[in-house]
Write a protein that binds this ligand. Sequence first.
Ligand code: MN
Ligand code: MN
Length: 467
Amino acid sequence: MAETNKTKELKEKLFMPSKKGIATLSAEDIARADEFCEGYKEFLDNSPVEREAVAYSVRLAREKGFVPFEQGKKYNAGDRVYYINRDKAVALAVIGKNGVKDGALFAIAHIDSPRVDLKPNPLYEDSSLAFFKTHYYGGIKKYQWTVMPLALHGVVVKLDGTRVNIRYGVDESEPCFCITDLLPHLAREQAGKKLSEAIEAENLNVLIGSRPLDTDDEEGELVKLNVMKILNEKYGITESDFLSAELCFTPAQKTRDIGFDRSLIGGYGHDDKVCAYPALMAALDTELPERTCITYLTDKEETGSDGNTGMQSDFLRYFVYDLALADGVEGYRAISRSKCLSADVNAAFDPIYASAYEAKNASYINQGVIITKYTGHGGKYDTSDASAEFMGEVRSMLEKNGIMWQIGELGKVDIGGGGTIAKYIANWNVDVVDLGVPVLSMHAPFELISKVDIYEAYRAFCAFYRQ
Ligand code: MN
Ligand code: MN
């Protein structure tokens, strides 16, 4: 017996501790997480697309004393500024006692999510039904986007330069929109196709009307004309105005609690609002940090971070250069001394699809934030790989602050892959690692996350900013 106890002791000393996850949390901890999530659910419902996410984030920031950033102004410790990039990304900074002289602390999340964009010339009529043609945005399983209520979001810029904001179909008093699918009775051929081919991208057309304009004329396209007339009355736009527009469809349904125990949240766009919100709240709740803390909510991550609102743009770097100039330090030095948590999600282990995951290196619901050392595909291509030193630093920060955390990869090696913004920040000569929340059904129109996991993410970003 003595031997067995000794073995057990040795195992406890030398082996990885078995993770108990949510079981280690007190009822008060869980209640705090639940309360935090009420704000998150509001955020998610108000932020289906990046422009709305920026507007809502800025609203929350202004309530907490953030003011617009002014180039050339000297800021003092504790000052709070926000800096908007083309209405689709926003940086929120809390100026530290040392400014950016020793570098900044970044938490960067993305606020774009997979969806269905309108084509530049979207409107047509076929068989007395009016449709919008679409081009999907980001990685979607196309079959998931048919036969569900959709809402229209975005902006239209008219020839005279006026901008019309559109958000239509979210409120239950408003109509919504839908992509049709073939009835099973006639779908023998479709059902025999590969999942990726059963619904073709060019068939993701959204039904938007079916009544012809009330006229005695026998002219064609009267359903389309009627739709355009309604749009003109409501928004003052004509068909040509679609040429200068950014419009998309996202799921119209609201965020809901999931499970008899209300432990999970189902909603559209957890990837990556489930990290954007805690990173935003950490900035809002940080008062007087040592180093300047910058939460950046970026756009275009789902399509490769290209473009002037994506993470490959110079916007955030130039913002730090501006802060550095005022602090009397070279911009590149400030950047090189910075550290970053790339706040993005990872795939939560799903027992129903267990064969896609490697159980010992997967993240689990209710086990806290997930650290992803590297992403990429096929032998660590296309990724930053956080150093042992930086992993050590982050690990020690999480342990010191009693944050529930886990480590994981995105599924089995060679089964697929993915990326985050981490590699673009690493290319700036910045230490960076991914820290986020595990998500079930990632990229689906209705994704699931755990309430305690998002709260641990908030605690992690707060601890990072306290460094
Ligand atoms: Mn993401
Ligand atoms: Mn994603």
